[in-house]
Design a protein around this ligand. Structure first.
Ligand code: 5GP
Length: 131
């Protein structure tokens, strides 16, 4: 069965799109640790990020770098934290999270509740800052 992220890429499940390339897609995490928490994924469904072929691996991280600059321009924060976990969704993804303290990277902490309008506004603002 296709992963939830493959279904997002296919447009079967909606997402708050930020940017994409031919091979990669960036969208807001639906259960964010902070406003602007973004997921960057390869469109190809591969579970473990370290199993990506070298070209796709490089492209994914370059794309994540580009997206992180746009998040940083949009969301006031000290820096963008990056994490790869993958215990919940078996489709490689990079978390990009606006942070101010170490605690902001604690994945066991309470997630931020946002309305659909807030998600839309955040995604559109970050998307505008992609260069
Ligand atoms: P991980 O697999 O790295 O432990 O976490 C997966 C992340 O994907 C979580 O932060 C979770 O909130 C997010 N997530 C799970 N399902 C969906 C979904 O359907 N849409 C979006 N946008 N994010 C999701």
């Amino acid at each position: 069965m296709a992963s939830i992220f493959s279904r997002i890429v296919a447009g079967e499940i909606p997402s708050y799109r930020i940017a994409e390339t031919e091979s990669c897609y960036a969208f807001l995490d639906i259960n964010p640790l902070a406003k602007g928490h973004t997921l960057v994924i390869p469109k190809q469904e591969i579970d473990n990020i370290f199993d990506l072929d070298e070209a796709l691996y490089q492209e994914l991280f370059s794309f994540a770098k580009q997206v992180s600059h746009a998040i940083e321009k949009t969301i006031p924060c000290e820096r963008i934290g990056m994490s790869v976990i993958g215990l919940e969704v078996p489709h490689a993804h990079i978390h990009l999270i606006p942070i101010n303290t170490l605690r902001d990277m604690d994945f066991s902490k309470q997630r931020v509740a946002l309305t659909a309008e807030q998600f839309q506004e955040i995604a559109a603002s970050i998307a505008q800052n992609i260069v």
